[in-house]
Ligand binder design. Structure first.
Ligand SMILES: NC(=O)c1ccc[n+]([C@@H]2O[C@H](COP(=O)([O-])OP(=O)(O)OC[C@H]3O[C@@H](n4cnc5c(N)ncnc54)[C@H](O)[C@@H]3O)[C@@H](O)[C@H]2O)c1
Length: 260
Protein backbone atom coordinates (compact mmCIF):
# COMPACT_ATOMS: atom_id res chain seq x y z
CA UNK A 1 0.00 0.00 0.00
CA UNK A 2 1.32 3.52 -0.76
CA UNK A 3 2.81 5.00 2.41
CA UNK A 4 0.51 8.11 2.51
CA UNK A 5 -2.72 6.41 1.36
CA UNK A 6 -5.80 8.48 2.33
CA UNK A 7 -3.84 11.30 4.01
CA UNK A 8 -4.68 14.97 3.46
CA UNK A 9 -1.64 17.27 3.29
CA UNK A 10 -1.01 21.00 3.05
CA UNK A 11 2.33 21.87 1.41
CA UNK A 12 3.35 25.54 1.57
CA UNK A 13 5.57 27.13 -1.07
CA UNK A 14 4.41 24.42 -3.48
CA UNK A 15 4.40 26.48 -6.70
CA UNK A 16 7.86 25.27 -7.68
CA UNK A 17 11.10 23.71 -6.46
CA UNK A 18 11.17 21.49 -3.38
CA UNK A 19 7.52 22.16 -2.45
CA UNK A 20 6.24 21.12 -5.89
CA UNK A 21 8.39 17.95 -5.74
CA UNK A 22 7.05 17.11 -2.26
CA UNK A 23 3.46 17.58 -3.48
CA UNK A 24 4.08 15.37 -6.52
CA UNK A 25 5.57 12.53 -4.44
CA UNK A 26 2.87 12.78 -1.76
CA UNK A 27 0.25 12.27 -4.47
CA UNK A 28 2.18 9.30 -5.88
CA UNK A 29 2.15 7.90 -2.32
CA UNK A 30 -1.65 8.15 -2.10
CA UNK A 31 -2.18 11.57 -0.46
CA UNK A 32 -4.51 14.42 -1.39
CA UNK A 33 -2.47 17.66 -1.45
CA UNK A 34 -3.45 21.30 -1.02
CA UNK A 35 -0.69 23.28 -2.73
CA UNK A 36 -0.40 26.69 -1.11
CA UNK A 37 1.74 29.62 -2.25
CA UNK A 38 1.81 33.36 -2.92
CA UNK A 39 2.78 32.70 -6.56
CA UNK A 40 -0.84 32.12 -7.55
CA UNK A 41 -0.52 31.57 -11.31
CA UNK A 42 2.47 29.24 -11.09
CA UNK A 43 0.97 27.28 -8.20
CA UNK A 44 -2.31 26.88 -10.11
CA UNK A 45 -0.32 25.47 -13.05
CA UNK A 46 1.58 23.09 -10.77
CA UNK A 47 -1.62 21.86 -9.12
CA UNK A 48 -3.26 21.36 -12.53
CA UNK A 49 -0.24 19.33 -13.71
CA UNK A 50 -0.47 17.08 -10.64
CA UNK A 51 -4.08 16.10 -11.40
CA UNK A 52 -7.25 15.36 -9.47
CA UNK A 53 -5.60 14.82 -6.08
CA UNK A 54 -4.12 18.33 -6.05
CA UNK A 55 -5.78 21.68 -5.33
CA UNK A 56 -4.30 25.17 -5.36
CA UNK A 57 -4.98 27.56 -2.50
CA UNK A 58 -3.63 31.09 -2.09
CA UNK A 59 -1.60 31.41 1.11
CA UNK A 60 0.78 34.05 2.35
CA UNK A 61 2.28 32.19 5.30
CA UNK A 62 2.77 35.46 7.18
CA UNK A 63 -1.01 36.19 7.24
CA UNK A 64 -3.01 34.46 9.93
CA UNK A 65 -6.26 35.13 8.02
CA UNK A 66 -4.92 33.19 4.99
CA UNK A 67 -4.10 30.24 7.24
CA UNK A 68 -7.64 30.20 8.66
CA UNK A 69 -9.08 30.13 5.13
CA UNK A 70 -6.79 27.26 4.07
CA UNK A 71 -7.66 25.18 7.14
CA UNK A 72 -11.37 25.87 6.68
CA UNK A 73 -11.15 24.81 3.03
CA UNK A 74 -9.23 21.62 3.89
CA UNK A 75 -11.74 20.69 6.58
CA UNK A 76 -14.83 21.41 4.51
CA UNK A 77 -13.52 19.78 1.29
CA UNK A 78 -11.58 16.84 2.73
CA UNK A 79 -12.71 16.53 6.37
CA UNK A 80 -9.22 16.53 7.90
CA UNK A 81 -5.62 17.66 7.82
CA UNK A 82 -3.13 14.88 8.49
CA UNK A 83 0.09 16.52 7.33
CA UNK A 84 1.45 20.07 7.15
CA UNK A 85 4.73 20.71 5.36
CA UNK A 86 6.08 24.18 6.23
CA UNK A 87 8.24 24.47 3.12
CA UNK A 88 7.75 28.11 1.99
CA UNK A 89 10.94 30.07 2.43
CA UNK A 90 12.87 33.13 1.28
CA UNK A 91 16.56 33.92 1.12
CA UNK A 92 18.64 37.04 1.57
CA UNK A 93 22.37 36.91 0.93
CA UNK A 94 24.84 39.54 2.05
CA UNK A 95 26.87 40.54 5.09
CA UNK A 96 25.22 42.39 7.98
CA UNK A 97 26.13 45.73 6.35
CA UNK A 98 24.07 44.70 3.29
CA UNK A 99 21.16 43.29 5.29
CA UNK A 100 18.56 45.90 6.16
CA UNK A 101 16.12 45.75 9.06
CA UNK A 102 13.41 45.09 6.47
CA UNK A 103 15.40 42.16 4.99
CA UNK A 104 15.89 40.65 8.45
CA UNK A 105 12.22 41.08 9.40
CA UNK A 106 11.06 39.57 6.08
CA UNK A 107 13.15 36.43 6.57
CA UNK A 108 11.98 35.96 10.15
CA UNK A 109 8.39 36.55 9.08
CA UNK A 110 8.34 34.07 6.20
CA UNK A 111 10.78 31.43 7.50
CA UNK A 112 9.93 31.41 11.24
CA UNK A 113 6.66 33.26 11.93
CA UNK A 114 5.01 31.54 8.92
CA UNK A 115 5.55 28.00 10.32
CA UNK A 116 4.42 29.23 13.77
CA UNK A 117 1.16 30.51 12.28
CA UNK A 118 0.85 27.20 10.41
CA UNK A 119 1.12 25.28 13.68
CA UNK A 120 -1.42 27.58 15.33
CA UNK A 121 -3.80 26.96 12.45
CA UNK A 122 -3.55 23.15 12.15
CA UNK A 123 -2.99 21.97 15.73
CA UNK A 124 -6.66 22.25 16.85
CA UNK A 125 -7.84 20.25 13.81
CA UNK A 126 -5.12 17.61 14.18
CA UNK A 127 -5.79 17.35 17.93
CA UNK A 128 -9.52 16.87 17.35
CA UNK A 129 -8.79 13.97 14.97
CA UNK A 130 -6.21 12.31 17.22
CA UNK A 131 -2.97 13.46 15.63
CA UNK A 132 -0.94 14.52 12.63
CA UNK A 133 2.55 15.22 11.35
CA UNK A 134 4.14 18.63 10.79
CA UNK A 135 7.36 18.69 8.79
CA UNK A 136 9.37 21.91 8.58
CA UNK A 137 11.92 22.48 5.85
CA UNK A 138 14.93 23.99 7.57
CA UNK A 139 18.36 24.00 6.02
CA UNK A 140 21.94 22.99 6.57
CA UNK A 141 21.99 26.66 7.74
CA UNK A 142 19.69 25.62 10.62
CA UNK A 143 22.54 23.52 12.03
CA UNK A 144 25.78 25.33 11.17
CA UNK A 145 26.13 28.97 10.21
CA UNK A 146 27.62 30.47 7.05
CA UNK A 147 28.96 33.97 6.53
CA UNK A 148 26.77 36.22 4.38
CA UNK A 149 23.63 34.47 5.61
CA UNK A 150 22.96 36.18 8.95
CA UNK A 151 19.24 36.71 8.48
CA UNK A 152 18.68 33.31 6.85
CA UNK A 153 20.62 31.44 9.59
CA UNK A 154 18.76 33.32 12.34
CA UNK A 155 15.42 32.44 10.77
CA UNK A 156 16.29 28.78 10.13
CA UNK A 157 17.90 28.19 13.57
CA UNK A 158 14.73 29.69 15.06
CA UNK A 159 12.61 27.26 13.09
CA UNK A 160 14.34 24.30 14.80
CA UNK A 161 13.63 25.72 18.25
CA UNK A 162 10.01 26.27 17.32
CA UNK A 163 9.69 22.66 16.14
CA UNK A 164 11.27 21.16 19.27
CA UNK A 165 9.08 23.15 21.68
CA UNK A 166 5.97 22.39 19.59
CA UNK A 167 6.87 18.68 19.51
CA UNK A 168 7.00 18.56 23.32
CA UNK A 169 3.79 20.54 23.63
CA UNK A 170 1.69 18.51 21.17
CA UNK A 171 3.10 14.97 21.53
CA UNK A 172 0.36 13.91 23.94
CA UNK A 173 -2.20 14.94 21.31
CA UNK A 174 -0.63 12.55 18.78
CA UNK A 175 0.99 15.38 16.82
CA UNK A 176 4.61 15.12 15.69
CA UNK A 177 6.79 18.06 14.62
CA UNK A 178 10.14 17.55 12.90
CA UNK A 179 12.58 19.53 10.76
CA UNK A 180 14.37 18.36 7.61
CA UNK A 181 17.68 20.21 7.14
CA UNK A 182 18.80 19.92 3.50
CA UNK A 183 22.01 21.05 1.82
CA UNK A 184 20.27 21.73 -1.47
CA UNK A 185 17.04 22.77 -3.08
CA UNK A 186 15.93 24.86 -6.01
CA UNK A 187 18.92 26.79 -7.49
CA UNK A 188 16.42 29.49 -8.59
CA UNK A 189 16.37 30.63 -4.97
CA UNK A 190 19.97 31.93 -5.37
CA UNK A 191 19.49 33.52 -8.78
CA UNK A 192 19.32 37.17 -7.61
CA UNK A 193 22.84 36.84 -6.09
CA UNK A 194 24.57 34.61 -8.65
CA UNK A 195 25.93 37.52 -10.67
CA UNK A 196 27.92 38.77 -7.67
CA UNK A 197 29.91 35.53 -7.26
CA UNK A 198 30.42 34.68 -10.95
CA UNK A 199 34.07 35.80 -10.86
CA UNK A 200 34.92 33.26 -8.13
CA UNK A 201 32.17 30.67 -8.44
CA UNK A 202 34.48 27.64 -8.08
CA UNK A 203 35.93 28.85 -4.73
CA UNK A 204 32.47 29.87 -3.54
CA UNK A 205 30.96 26.45 -4.23
CA UNK A 206 34.00 24.48 -2.95
CA UNK A 207 32.28 24.02 0.46
CA UNK A 208 29.94 21.55 -1.28
CA UNK A 209 32.86 19.09 -1.48
CA UNK A 210 33.97 19.40 2.15
CA UNK A 211 31.64 16.61 3.22
CA UNK A 212 31.39 12.82 3.33
CA UNK A 213 29.24 12.60 0.20
CA UNK A 214 30.38 15.53 -1.95
CA UNK A 215 28.08 17.72 -4.02
CA UNK A 216 24.76 19.45 -3.62
CA UNK A 217 21.91 17.24 -2.41
CA UNK A 218 19.25 16.51 -5.07
CA UNK A 219 15.64 17.43 -4.33
CA UNK A 220 14.55 13.75 -4.55
CA UNK A 221 16.67 12.94 -1.49
CA UNK A 222 15.02 15.79 0.46
CA UNK A 223 11.60 14.51 -0.60
CA UNK A 224 12.45 10.98 0.64
CA UNK A 225 13.17 12.38 4.12
CA UNK A 226 9.96 14.45 4.13
CA UNK A 227 7.85 11.42 3.13
CA UNK A 228 9.36 9.40 5.99
CA UNK A 229 8.63 12.09 8.60
CA UNK A 230 5.13 12.75 7.19
CA UNK A 231 4.20 9.05 7.26
CA UNK A 232 3.31 6.65 10.05
CA UNK A 233 6.68 4.94 9.47
CA UNK A 234 8.13 7.66 11.76
CA UNK A 235 5.34 7.37 14.37
CA UNK A 236 7.74 7.64 17.31
CA UNK A 237 9.97 10.31 15.79
CA UNK A 238 9.34 13.85 17.00
CA UNK A 239 11.35 16.97 17.76
CA UNK A 240 14.28 15.95 15.55
CA UNK A 241 16.39 17.72 12.98
CA UNK A 242 17.08 15.37 10.08
CA UNK A 243 20.09 16.58 8.11
CA UNK A 244 19.98 15.62 4.43
CA UNK A 245 23.41 17.03 3.83
CA UNK A 246 25.83 14.30 2.72
CA UNK A 247 27.47 14.50 6.15
CA UNK A 248 28.27 18.23 5.94
CA UNK A 249 27.33 18.82 9.58
CA UNK A 250 28.97 15.58 10.78
CA UNK A 251 32.39 17.22 10.67
CA UNK A 252 35.21 18.03 8.24
CA UNK A 253 36.37 15.86 5.36
CA UNK A 254 40.17 16.14 5.04
CA UNK A 255 41.24 14.66 1.67
CA UNK A 256 44.85 13.87 2.70
CA UNK A 257 43.76 11.86 5.76
CA UNK A 258 42.04 9.29 3.50
CA UNK A 259 45.46 8.39 2.06
CA UNK A 260 47.29 7.77 5.37
N1 LIG B 1 17.41 26.31 -2.51
C1 LIG B 1 18.24 25.72 -1.66
O1 LIG B 1 19.42 25.43 -1.99
C2 LIG B 1 17.78 25.39 -0.26
C3 LIG B 1 18.70 24.79 0.63
C4 LIG B 1 18.27 24.45 1.90
C5 LIG B 1 16.96 24.70 2.29
N2 LIG B 1 16.09 25.32 1.43
C6 LIG B 1 14.72 25.57 1.89
O2 LIG B 1 13.85 24.74 1.12
C7 LIG B 1 12.54 25.34 1.08
C8 LIG B 1 12.04 25.35 -0.37
O3 LIG B 1 12.86 26.20 -1.13
P1 LIG B 1 13.27 25.90 -2.65
O4 LIG B 1 14.69 25.53 -2.68
O5 LIG B 1 12.29 24.99 -3.28
O6 LIG B 1 13.16 27.38 -3.26
P2 LIG B 1 11.97 28.09 -4.08
O7 LIG B 1 12.31 29.54 -4.08
O8 LIG B 1 11.78 27.42 -5.38
O9 LIG B 1 10.67 27.80 -3.21
C9 LIG B 1 10.20 28.64 -2.20
C10 LIG B 1 8.68 28.78 -2.38
O10 LIG B 1 8.15 29.52 -1.26
C11 LIG B 1 7.20 30.42 -1.77
N3 LIG B 1 6.99 31.54 -0.83
C12 LIG B 1 7.83 32.55 -0.56
N4 LIG B 1 7.27 33.40 0.32
C13 LIG B 1 6.05 32.89 0.63
C14 LIG B 1 4.98 33.31 1.49
N5 LIG B 1 5.08 34.46 2.21
N6 LIG B 1 3.88 32.55 1.56
C15 LIG B 1 3.76 31.41 0.82
N7 LIG B 1 4.72 30.97 -0.02
C16 LIG B 1 5.86 31.71 -0.12
C17 LIG B 1 7.75 30.88 -3.11
O11 LIG B 1 6.77 31.46 -3.94
C18 LIG B 1 8.32 29.56 -3.66
O12 LIG B 1 7.36 28.85 -4.41
C19 LIG B 1 12.70 26.73 1.71
O13 LIG B 1 12.24 26.70 3.04
C20 LIG B 1 14.21 26.97 1.66
O14 LIG B 1 14.62 27.88 2.66
C21 LIG B 1 16.48 25.65 0.16
Amino acid sequence: MPILEGKVAIVTGAARGTGAAIAERFIAEGAYVLLADVRDDLCKETAARLGANATFLHLDVTHEGDWSAVVEEANSERGSIDILVNNAGVLHQGPISNTSEADFRRLLEVNTLGPFLGLRAVVPTMKARGGGSVVNIGSIDSLAAMNGLTAYCASKFGLRGLAKAAALETGRDGIRVNTVCPAGGNPEMFEPWMGKVMGFLEETLAYNNDRGIPGSVPVESIVDAVVFLASDASRHVTGIDLPVDGGATAGCFIPGFNTL
